[in-house]
Design a protein. Structure first.
Lengths: 480, 250
């Protein structure tokens, strides 16, 4: 009955401390001491530089060069997306930066400045409190990567993508680039050309992880592009929850983050992928995320987008096996100067598959939220179900929200349902709350938390507390 | 110790004057009732005291135990001790009643101090029992899907929990059946105290059968036109508001 109180009460002090990350906490940087720097701009030489530094096998080098050609051939998608994409100057971005250190298995071996970065972000503390494994990426490469020994014994693999493609090629290669082909979009091609970092995870048959695995992506350097690449394979009947967090300092110039995340849930497997993104307001965040769900498998994306200048992200699920389930639960908060262009793609490719999309966006000040949804159910299938709900909350008259749902359902043996709403925090509602003693910021926070309350419950407890705190900070900062 | 309203004038943004010089003192320990026809400015008076920004105070003052509150924000007035039970309480979707009241109490604590959850629920349940409210009520979103009676009871619950110095109840009796009215009156009567002043705004005498006022005022056209004891309410009930229109003969 009192979920929020008990949630707070159940957290011990260390956990509470561990998740105490706020917006300002990420706003610091250490001097660069890069051994490897691909320099400014992107060319075939940049790709070769990355391949050389990373000692990529030939098949990867070839993959990257092909991807670069695709990236260069694809136009910037301003025909449907925002013109702001034209403001990304690829010649003023550094595509690879690293200190040349291998990921450490112990925090004690991590260089002092990097360790301090992650300690200030609370990562080692979280690992001790509630995580089964952690990867912490600093600019282009992981500084730390470790998984609990008992999981390694069970055959769980949790390493960086570079280690995955070299050490576990037989599992990695068949799925790599299969869920999201290089040419899916301009930015997936970009990632495919210059990817570095990210996780490779394999969960063996029947292994059900009780604690989540976590990755944290940290940008430390200015005018930098982070391009992590993640592939998670959950073998038959296995279960895994993966959580990712991200921050960057506030720089004068734009920063680019363009990740590709592929999930493969084999027969009866279950993958939950949780993101709490807290980028500073000059980050272009262009991410492609998609999961493949085989027979009786389930892929859930639980996504919270706070911060960034522009986020374009539409997590998807391809339901390829019968009775597969796909779900996207997303919260986006767009403050002044921010555009959250998010949504979901649900591709039904087998009978009796079920998908669910619940999206809530909050636009504050001049912030802009856009929902783009795609649901595809072809004619030859039967018994497919989709439910799509998208709700927008506007706070003050300058906010803007758009909804572009595209539901293609062919045949008459399916059930789909679509609901959308736009509401606002009215002056009368604020008056009521303020009359009870809450100041304007507190009243706004409460209204916003109320709006997303049902979705926050879907986040793991530790993250839902963090999420509420982030929203409080955003809202308190947004009123005069 | 009193809530003192002196020569209060207030207009809408378009310049229409709604309050045309209201003077009223509610000492701690007393219950005052304001009656009056629709459009007389009763509800506006309550909102202006609470600081609603749709009304612009153009003259006069509002003081709470000697402190001028007329320049204070809505929430600061609330924390200073003003509580307004709304005629039409707003919904706050997704926010549970328990969390709403708790946030309001938390807003009254110094920074860094946290409400003790166990003691809070114990206290909340005791007040809910007094108002005959189901325990499930704590988890329901504020006023969402509430019946008229439930909304009014919720206002009284919030009032009891926030323990204000001065309570203003705006048409709390409207939309209540007799059983609900009795429960609401029980809550209000439980709050009667030598340290607390109350202002009941009502259209009908009925509420005053259950909550006995010390003084009754009649408001018309933005002013208080007549004041008296409880008998004034009965007189109004009997004669209607029309008899006020002949003040020259009074």
């Amino acid at each position: 009955m009192f979920t929020e109180d008990t949630a707070t009460a159940l957290l011990d002090e260390e956990t509470h401390e561990a998740i105490n990350i706020d917006r300002t906490k990420g706003d610091f940087t250490f001097p660069e001491r890069n051994k490897f720097d691909a320099g400014w701009g992107l060319s075939s030489a940049t790709v070769d530089y990355i391949c050389d530094v990373k000692q990529d096998p030939d098949w990867v080098r070839e993959f990257r060069h092909k991807a670069l050609a695709v990236f260069e051939s694809k136009p910037t998608p301003t025909n449907w997306a925002t013109e702001d994409l034209n403001n990304i100057d690829f010649s003023k971005i550094r595509f690879y930066l690293s200190d040349g250190e291998k990921p450490k298995r112990s925090w004690a071996d991590v260089p002092a400045d990097v360790l301090e970065t992650f300690e200030r972000l609370g990562i080692p503390q979280q690992e001790r409190a509630f995580l089964a494994g952690v990867e912490a990426q600093f600019d282009s490469e992981a500084a730390y990567s470790n998984v609990k020994e008992e999981l390694t014994k069970q055959g769980v693999i949790f390493v960086t993508s570079a280690e995955g493609l070299k050490e576990h090629e037989e599992i990695f290669r068949p799925w790599f680039g299969k869920v999201i082909p290089t040419g899916d979009n301009k930015y997936s091609a970009l990632n495919s050309a210059v990817f570095s970092g990210g996780s490779f995870i394999y969960i063996p048959k029947g292994v059900k992880l009780k604690q989540p695995l976590q990755a944290y992506f940290r940008i430390n350097s200015e005018s930098f592009g982070q391009f992590e690449r993640t592939l998670i394979i959950a073998d038959e009947g296995s279960e895994v929850m993966y959580m990712e967090g991200c921050t960057a300092p506030k720089f004068e110039t734009a920063t680019l983050h363009s990740a590709v995340v592929e999930l493969v849930a084999l027969k009866g497997a279950k993958i939950q992928y949780v993101t709490v993104q807290n980028w500073s307001s000059n980050v272009f965040n262009l991410v492609t995320k998609r999961g493949l769900a085989m027979e009786d498998a389930e892929v859930r994306w639980i996504d919270c987008n706070i911060g960034s200048r522009l986020t374009m992200k539409y997590p998807g699920v391809i339901m390829k096996g019968e009775r597969a389930r796909g779900e996207v639960i997303s919260i986006a908060l767009a403050n002044t100067g921010q555009h959250q262009d998010t949504g979901a793609k649900m591709i039904h490719a087998a009978n009796n598959t079920t998908s669910n999309v619940v999206s809530k966006s909050i636009s504050v000040g001049k912030g802009r939220s856009t929902y783009r949804g795609q649901v595809h159910i072809p004619k030859h299938l039967k018994g497919c179900k989709n439910n799509t709900e998208c709700d927008a909350l506007l706070i003050n008259s300058n906010s803007r929200t758009d909804t572009y749902p595209a539901i293609t359902v062919k045949g008459n043996r399916h059930a789909t349902q679509h609901e959308a709403s736009v509401s606002q925090v009215s002056e009368e509602m604020l008056f009521y709350m303020q009359q009870r003693g809450l100041n304007e910021g507190q009243a706004m926070s409460l209204a916003v938390n109320g709006f997303i309350n049902d979705l926050v419950r879907e986040f793991p407890m530790e993250y839902s507390v963090e999420l509420k705190r982030l929203i409080d900070l955003e809202m308190e900062g947004s009123v005069g | 110790m009193s809530l003192q309203i002196t020569n209060l004038h207030a207009t809408l943004e378009n310049g229409t004057e709604i309050l045309k010089g209201v003077t009223l003192e509610i000492p701690a320990g007393e219950i005052h009732a304001i009656m009056g026809p629709n459009g007389s400015g009763k509800s506006t008076l309550s909102k202006v005291i609470a600081g609603h920004e749709a009304y612009i105070p153009t003259a006069g003052s509002i003081t709470l135990d000697g402190q001028d509150i007329s320049e204070m924000s809505i929430d600061a007035r609330s924390r200073a001790g003003i509580f307004l039970a709304f005629q039409y309480p707003n919904e706050v979707p997704g926010v549970s009643n328990a969390n709403f009241i708790r946030a309001a109490l938390q807003a009254r604590l110094p920074k860094g101090e946290e409400i003790d959850a166990v003691a809070y629920y114990k206290h909340l349940y005791a007040q809910m029992d007094l108002l005959e409210m189901d325990r499930k009520f704590t988890a329901r979103a504020v006023n969402e899907g509430f019946s008229g009676g439930e909304k009014k009871r919720n206002e009284i619950l919030q009032m009891i929990m926030l323990d204000p110095k001065y309570c203003i109840l705006d048409e709390t009796d409207s939309g209540l059946d007799i059983d609900a009215l009795k429960i609401v009156a029980k809550g209000v009567n439980a709050m009667r105290s030598a340290n607390r002043g109350m202002l009941l705004i009502t259209h009908y005498q009925r509420l005053l059968d259950y909550i006995k006022p010390d003084h009754v005022h009649v408001m018309a056209e933005g002013r208080i036109v007549k004041s008296g004891g409880p008998e004034l309410a009965l007189e109004l009930e009997e004669k209607g508001y029309d008899f006020l229109k002949e003040p020259a003969l009074a």
